[in-house]
Ligand binder design. Structure first.
Ligand code: SAM
Ligand code: DTB
Ligand code: SF4
Length: 325
């Protein structure tokens, strides 16, 4: 395959076939993923996004992993939506820290019409800095997605989180079908989709395969696929869950890369407690995007000096602009 194109992208994966990928000898799996990666990307470039929680805590949903759900006692205080100027100031600092994309999250079950104007002002302010913009605000209606696109929002993040079979163990307050509907509104409005999930929730390998099948069999692959390792937060139902073997995390990245070869695969939450070696293996397995900056939404992320040292050791460089292969 000399010139891989969109025509090579598959949308007909079966769970059994993907379980077979997971079961490959580690070296074979990583070699395949790295080979696929090199057909479309510079293997030494990593896209950098910075996160900001623009509306923290007090969320009405019951996502079992989440420190921001109102019903769990996690010590996260509920806050109001941040002012535009404060968000723009934080985005400016992130740009100086090397970020090319600014991702803003709100602990909402869904976007409310009364907040749309303020959100659009934030999008415009951040975009004017020359950053790509991404937001994750919960469920969207079709008109709301249109408004965000019009304001210049580049990406919308909305994760499926896990397999259809395991989903009910993790969230009961909205269905996976609800999520598909929001994702469709995002697509129809012409924005790029950031959609992935979490591993280490106590799911099995079949669920990890099922999650990736659900992502890859969408009509279009999400342009960004965040693979989060559960950050265990005290007070959430999933605190104390058995740790996922880091090599199984690396396998998940590799399988995602093979299935969605043109997407940015993000080594997302969980880097704070990950060794340099596991992160290096994740990049080798085809991850080409990370969150940079000392904080995710409410939990810690490696600091800039730490990431610079890692990039130095691995000879990695930040990607200036996201180029979709
Ligand atoms: N409230 C909106 C929603 O859920 O759609 C947007 C923000 S929500 C915090 C965004 C995503 O962060 C979740 O879908 C989940 O995948 C991820 N996330 C939340 N808590 C996490 C944790 N403790 N560890 C790993 N990922 C987490
Ligand atoms: C995604 O997939 N991971 C990010 C982002 N999208 C919004 C969020 C990670 C949150 C980790 C827990 C926290 O810091 O609250
Ligand atoms: Fe709310 Fe999002 Fe956390 Fe779920 S993941 S509880 S929807 S903030």
């Amino acid at each position: 395959m000399d010139n891989p194109s969109a025509l090579d992208l598959r949308h007909d994966w079966s769970v059994a076939e993907v379980e077979a990928l997971f079961a490959l000898p580690f070296n074979d799996l990583i070699f395949r993923a790295q080979s696929v990666h090199r057909q479309r990307f510079d293997a030494n470039e990593v896209q950098m996004s910075t996160l900001l929680s623009i509306k923290t805590g007090g969320c009405a949903e019951d996502c079992a992993y989440c420190p921001q759900a109102a019903q769990y006692q996690t010590g996260v205080e509920a806050d109001k939506l941040m002012q535009v100027q404060a968000v723009v100031a934080a985005a400016k600092a992130a740009k100086e820290g090397g970020a090319s994309r600014y991702c803003m999250g709100a602990a909402w079950r869904e976007l409310k019409d009364r907040d749309v104007d303020a959100i659009c002002d934030i999008v415009k302010g951040v975009k004017d800095l020359g950053l790509e913009t991404c937001m994750t605000l919960g469920m969207l209606t079709e008109p709301q997605a249109g408004r965000l696109a019009e304001a210049g929002l580049d990406y919308y993040n909305h994760n499926i989180d896990t397999s259809p079979e395991y989903y009910g163990e993790i969230i009961t307050t909205r269905t996976m079908q609800d999520r598909f509907e929001t994702l469709q509104h995002v697509r129809d409005a012409g924005m790029k989709v950031c959609c992935g999930g979490i591993v280490g929730l106590g799911e099995g390998r079949r669920d990890r395969a099922g999650m990736l099948v659900t992502l890859a069999n969408m009509a279009e692959h999400p342009e960004s696929v965040p693979i989060n390792m559960l950050v265990q937060v005290k007070g959430t139902p999933l605190h104390g869950t058995a740790q996922l073997d880091p090599l199984e995390f690396v396998r998940t990245i590799a399988v995602a890369r093979i299935m969605m070869p043109a997407s940015m695969v993000r080594l997302s939450a969980g880097r704070e407690t990950m060794s340099d070696e596991v992160q290096a293996l994740s990049f080798l397995a085809g991850a080409n995007s990370i969150f940079c900056g000392p904080k995710l939404l409410t939990t810690a992320n490696p600091t800039q000096p730490k990431d610079e040292a890692l990039f130095d050791k691995l000879g990695l460089k930040p990607m200036a602009h996201t180029h979709h292969a």
